[in-house]
Design a binder for this molecule. Structure first.
Ligand code: C5P
Length: 222
C-alpha cells in the first residue's frame, strides 16, 4: 500500500524573522511513517519543521507553511491508498506578511489573522476519493465529542483523538480511535512507536474493507 503522512507543525510567517506556530514535535507522524515502512509499505512523508531525521526509504517532502503543505498533499493524495494527516497545521495565518522586520513599539499592536485552508477537510470533500482518509484530533477537553464533530465535519474515515496535554512533545500518548461507522477503540498510554504500529495495522484492516457508500474497495497490492 502507498501511505501519505503529514507530520509536525506549520509556520505562518509574520515577517522575515517571526512566525505563528505550535509545539508539535512530529514524533507521532514520523513513528507512523516508520511503522508503515517496517511493514513493507511505500511512504511519502510531508513534514513541517521538526528536529527529527526522516526515516530512510521515504519520499520526504519538507514544507514550512500550511499553503506549502496543502499543495504537497494535493499533489500526491490521489496516488496514495491511505492518507494520514497527523500534522498540527496552524489554524490561522497573518493577512499580511511584512517584507521587513516589524519594529518594536512602546504601545501594543494588533494583527489581522485569517483561517488557513483545512487540508483534511479539502480531501474529505473530494467526491471520487479512493483513499482511506485518517485525521487526528488533539484536544484538551470533551475529547470524544470534539473528535466526533471533526469526523463528521471533515468527512474522514477515521479520527485518532488524543489529549494534547499527554501527547504534545512527548514520547508517549493514549488514543481514542473513532471510525465513521460509529465504532470506537481505546489504546491506553504507551510509547508512540508502539501506538504507531497498532495504528498502521488498524488502518490497513479498515482500508481493505469496503469503506464508503460508493462501494469503493481498496485492496492490498502485491
Ligand atoms: O480542526 P483541527 O485542527 O483540530 O483538526 C485536526 C486535524 O485536521 C488533523 O488531522 C490536522 O492534520 C488536520 N488539519 C488540516 N489542515 C488544517 C487544520 C487541521 O489538515 N488547516
Amino acid at each position: 500500500m502507498r501511505f501519505l503522512i503529514t507530520a509536525g507543525p506549520t509556520r505562518e510567517p509574520i515577517d522575515p524573522v517571526r512566525y505563528i506556530s505550535n509545539r508539535s514535535s512530529g514524533k507521532m507522524g514520523y513513528a507512523i511513517a516508520e511503522a508503515a515502512l517496517d511493514f513493507g509499505h511505500d511512504v511519502i512523508l510531508i513534514s513541517g519543521p521538526v528536529n527529527l531525521s526522516p526515516p530512510r526509504n521515504t519520499k520526504f517532502i519538507s514544507v514550512s507553511t500550511s499553503d506549502e503543505m496543502f499543495e504537497a498533499v494535493h499533489r500526491h493524495a490521489d496516488e496514495s491508498d491511505v492518507c494520514v494527516l497527523c500534522a498540527a497545521v496552524a489554524d490561522y495565518k497573518p493577512v499580511q506578511v511584512s517584507t521587513i522586520k516589524v519594529k518594536k513599539r512602546a504601545d501594543g499592536i494588533s494583527m489581522e489573522l485569517v483561517p488557513t485552508r483545512d487540508i483534511l477537510q479539502s480531501l474529505g470533500r473530494q467526491r471520487a476519493r479512493k483513499f482511506l482518509l485518517v485525521g487526528f484530533a488533539a484536544e484538551t477537553d470533551h475529547l470524544e465529542a470534539n473528535a466526533t464533530k471533526k469526523l463528521l465535519e471533515k468527512n474522514c474515515d477515521i479520527i485518532v483523538a488524543n489529549d494534547a496535554r499527554v501527547g504534545m512533545e512527548s514520547d508517549e500518548n493514549e488514543l481514542l480511535i473513532l471510525f465513521r461507522d460509529g465504532e470506537t477503540k481505546k489504546i491506553s498510554r504507551a510509547p508512540k512507536k508502539f501506538l504507531a504500529r497498532e495504528l498502521v495495522k488498524i488502518f490497513l484492516k479498515f482500508a481493505t474493507k469496503k469503506f464508503d457508500k460508493k462501494d469503493v474497495m481498496i485492496t492490498e497490492r502485491t
